[in-house]
Structures are given as structure tokens and as C-alpha cells.
Ligand binder design. Sequence first.
Ligand code: FAD
Length: 691
Amino acid sequence: AQLDTLDIVVLVVLLAGTVAYFTKGTYWAVQKDPYASSFANGNASKAGKSRNIIEKMEESGKNCVVFYGSQTGTAEDYASRLAKEGSSRFGLKTMTADLEEYDYENLDQFPDDKVAMFVLATYGEGEPTDNAVEFYEFFSGEEISFSEKADEQPLQSLKYVAFGLGNNTYEHYNSMVRNVSKYFDRLGAKRIGTAGEGDDGAGTMEEDFLAWKEPMWLALSDELNLEEREAIYEPVFEVTEKPELSADDDTVYLGEPNKSHLEGQSKGPYNAHNPYIAPISESKELFNDKTRNCLHMEIDVSGSNLSYTTGDHIAVWPTNAGKEVDRFLRITNHLDKRHTVIGVKGLDATAKVPFPSPTTYDAAIRYHMEICAPVSRQFVSQLAQFASTDAIKTEITKMGGDKDYFHEKVASKNFNIAQFLEWVSNGEPWEKVPFSLFIEALNKIQPRYYSISSSSLVSPKKITVTAVVESFEVPGAPHVVKGVTTNYLLALKQKQHGDAHPDPNGLDYAIMGPRNKYDGIHVPVHVRHSNFKLPSDPSKPVIMVGPGTGVAPFRAFVQERAQQAKNGENVGKTLLFFGCRRKTEDFMYEEEWKQWGADLGDNFELITAFSRDGPNKVYVQHKLKERAQEINELLEQKAYFYVCGDAAQMAREVNELMGTIISEKRGVAKSRAEEIVKGMRASNQYQEDVW
Ligand code: FAD
């Protein structure tokens, strides 16, 4: 509803021909690139002078820019894949561009022999990603004005392509790409191909992307008279071995995220580009059995300027497991050279190296490359030209080109890149693949987010994390998938508890960090602020639904409200619906609920659902139904309703159920009840923190 209003406003303003001047900084504002400061002789600093995309493209001879609005790196990865493909298959002169690094007032002058592509992830409740906020505000804002044209269709010369990354479990599915194309179309821009939509909720993102881009390339070739040629690999980066340097030299990055870390004087502000190496003050396992461990960790940020408020997220910067690093080095034939120093630079001014250099093969792989993720079909296609035999080449060409065959042979086995290469070549090293291709085709490793499970009122400088250690096995797949970050945290926990050689599942993490700087008890982190918040007035009732690790932020909420009650504040009804398998197995924080319950008195109630304790599976959804009457009454008293945890099923079902409860208890039609739930979401009375 909010966006519709904005749409109308945009239209009215355009029709009225209002011209407002946007005073956006044209200077190079805060340097947001994580490694920019460390590129002593790199390319990003050169590339980062101007916020004028047209000028930038002209200077660097480009005719295709691929903008990305990315939160976790997937959209950025897709953008570079489009850029690479445009260049290798169609001879386009491509570049990628972070949306936050440019201004948009001059898009009305975008030359019509060039094309702009937009790869846009939708975040949370239909929001833009952090780096796309300004871009989105510009186009969705009440007053929009371009530097030259003030007519109704100022973007007539802009040819654009759009793909969105979304999750259909959210109400505002892919709203970024939908709204942006709507705004662009109204402003007269010409879209080439359809506005693609990838769905993470259905787990089909990659295939949606692949299926969308082929017809898009066809349409674009028609539009720009491009001729397709046989795709030849053209490196974006140059990787040079530097025998004159040794890994011990203090100018060589061994995993330090940026220059200040390398120089040993890391300083704030700590953020998504600069982690704080935080000591772990406490760690334990809330439960562990044969298949699952759940960690509780307390991270001490008192030595930093980091702050948080209850409901925020903490990001943990992972390290790849030694076992997988070794596998990668072995199969790509770099094992003997793991500590060889390399310099990596972009071959043109717009290419950004995703990690600082000089570094070593080992450090680049261990700290910066997402080597454990499932291998993508597109990458498999690219590897064919580097196969050592024709038979392998034929086989992987088939895998790359045939979605079903790929699924059967590769995706269903959960291979990561090195496991895939090992399997296809029978362990024979892949000597011909240039290292630059791995840097280009693999994602930059991403920090993982955790809902902070402590209250900032009670413990402002100690942040707790509640995380289940990821591990899953598929029958017929040769490897067990081990979550990168959670197993790393488990290794840290083991170390803290006196295990001299922590090695969960033989994963062998380098927990001492680069140059032993992490000392086995530190972890790189930053804080991300969220909108998942308790009501500012504690007397308002709250209802929380958090099965499994979804209880994490509610531990913080209950802790906070207990403290408020102890401080003599009037704290309203506090209902927590928690679910797990068995009371005796994975019932987290049992003692703490009792203690905080005592502080909150009758106003607190923990309602549990144990799915495996009885003859029938009982989930939080069942318990919500049982309490339908009370929930509806509390909602009518403006209770805040919170859901945290599994997005794909639980949160979606709870959303649906709330419609049913409201419909039944208020005697209104289901469609009306759904409108009410939507209204609650729009006014923040209904909040989700789901993943
Ligand atoms: P990863 O290595 O990232 O793997 C994660 C999953 O990806 C695997 O389980 C598997 O399904 C898939 N996968 C990985 N590799 C492969 C492969 N080769 N083949 C096939 N599939 C593969 N988690 C919590 O436990 N507690 C929280 O409080 C919490 N809060 C969150 C809050 C937010 C806002 C978000 C976005 C996420 C939150 N998460 C939370 C999830 C958390 O961020 C991590 O995703 C999770 O801990 C797994 O991280 P990992 O690095 O161990 O696993």
C-alpha cells in the first residue's frame, strides 16, 4: 500500500512537470569499498573518482554497465557473470557497478547505443539492499528530476535489462525489480527482454537466472545488432606470482581484511567493510547429540566502538575449513605453491579485485573465496574449455547445457567446486584453469548474520549468538555438507574449552587467524542494525513465535523485559511460543526462561511445542491455534506480534494462520482478515526476522 501511494505521487509530480533540484554530493563520499584503502597500487581508487556513470563508461570505453543492488553477494555475483558473458559471447564492453557509487540524475542522457543492466535483490519486507537505498529513493521519491530533460518520458534513450532476486515467502516478492521496472517504464525507458525474477524461496534462483538470460541475450543482440561468437575466456583479473616476495613479508596479506588490519592497528568504525576482531568471552553448547550441536557464544565488543540495540544482527566473518582449502589447492594444482605470493589486479579500471593483494594462494582461498558453496551450472560450462581430455570436456559441456542432467549428476550430490573437479577428473589436477577464473566465478566469501540473542539493556558490550551447527548428508552424495561459519564457531568453542587441536569433523580450521592475530579465541564481526524491535512502550503486550534457533532474538526480548520489570517498569503481557524436538533434547535456555519468568511474574508465559515427544507431531502453529482467542484479544489491544526463524515454511504458515485466527475470532471474511494482517505488517505491529 505504501508503494502504491508513492507511485501515484511520482506520477502526479511528473505530470505537473515539477522540477526540483537534487543536491546530491557529486564528490567521492565515504569510500565504501572494503579493500579500497588497501589498494596501494590497485585499480579501485582510479575507478572510484566519479559518480557519473556516463562519463565513467566513456572514459573506459564501455557500452554496457551492470549495476547491482546486493546484500549477501549473490546479486553482485550475477552482475559479474552477466558482464563477463556479455563480453565473451557478444563482444560487449562491459563493467559492473555498485549502485551506491553512482548518481542517477543524468540517466536521461544515457546514450541509446549503450545498455544498462540492473540486478536487484529485494531485502526483508520489500526493502532495497543497503547499497541500493539511495538509488531506490531517487526513483521512488516524491520529487524526481533529471539534469536535462523535464518532459514526461525523460528516460527515452535508456535501454535497460533487469533481473530481480527475491524470495516468494515474503509478501513483497521481488518488489525491487518490479517497482524499478515500473518506474523506468513510466519514465519512458526501453526494457530489453522481460524483467526476470529469481526465487530463493523455491530454491530455484540459479535456474531462474539461467532461464531468463538466454532470451534476454537474444533480444539484446537484436536491439544492439550484436553478433554472438564462440565464448572464449577473457580474464578480468591478472594474477602474477611474485617470487621476490615471501609470505612472511609484512606487506603481504595473509587474510587480513584491509590495510589497517595488516598494519596491526585496526581501528573503527567497524562495519560491513571492516570487521572488529572480537574476543569470545564465553562459549558453550546448548545441546549436542549425534547429529546436531547448538552453540551459545558471547562475543565481547567492549574494546570497540560497536554498539547494538536489542533485535539487531551480528555478522560473523568466516574462514574456510582447512580440509576444503587443501582440497581446492590440490585439485587446482596449487598445493606446492600455497604460500607463493601473488599480486592480483583488474585488467581494466572498472574491475574490482575482491580481496587485497599481494597475498598468497592459501590466504585468498581460505579467507576470501566462497569455495564450499554448491558449484553453479554456469561455472561448470565455463570449465569445459580447460578440461584435460575430450571425454571430460564433452561430459561437462553436457552438464553445463542440460539442466536436468546437471541436477542428476552434480546438484543432487551437493558438490562444491573442488569436490566437483575431483569427481569429474577422477582426482587428476586441473592444471589449465587460470586462477583468475576462480576469482571471477566464485563469490567473495560473505559474512553470516545471526540474530543477537542478548539484550542491549542488560549487556550492552557482550553480544550473544545462538546458532545450530550446520551439517547435512544426502543419501548417495559422497560428502557431508558442513556449514562454513557454524563449524568454524564450533572449532573456536572447542579451543576455548581446552581442546588443543580443535578439529570438528576433521575440518581443521585455521583458528589462529592470519599471523596468529586471532589467537584461537577471537572472531571477526560487525553489527547490522535491524528494524526488528520491541515496542518502545514496555506496557504493550508482545507475542513471540520462535521455534528452534528462531528463539534467538526472543531470548534478548524476554531478558530485556525481565530487566525492565526489575527496574520497576510496567511490562505488559509477554507470550513466547517455542518449539523443538524433545523437552530433554533441544529445549534451549530452559533455566533462563524460569529465572526471567520469575522477574516478569504472571505476565510471562512460555508455550512449548515438542514435535517428537508424543504420538503426534506438535508445532508452534498448533499451539497458536489453541490460543487463538487470547491471541486475537491481545492483537486487538495492539499487541506486537513477532516471528523468527524458518522463512520457507514456518513463517509462511504462521502468517496464513494469523489470517485464519483473525477471520474466525472477529467473524470477518478470510480476505478481510488477510488485509488486516497486511495492515499489521505495514504498521510494524507484525514483524519478522526470518532466514
Ligand atoms: P553455509 O556454509 O553457509 O551453508 C548453509 C546452507 O547452505 C547449508 O546448510 C546448505 O543448506 C547449503 N549449502 C552449503 N553448501 C552447500 C553445498 N555444497 N551443496 C548444497 N547445499 C549447500 N542462524 C542461526 O543458527 N541462528 C540465528 O540466530 C540466525 N539468525 C539469522 C539472521 C539473519 C538475518 C539471517 C539472514 C540468517 C540467520 N541465521 C541464523 C542463519 C545464518 O546466517 C547462517 O546461514 C547459518 O548459520 C549457516 O551458516 P554456515 O556458514 O554454517 O553454513
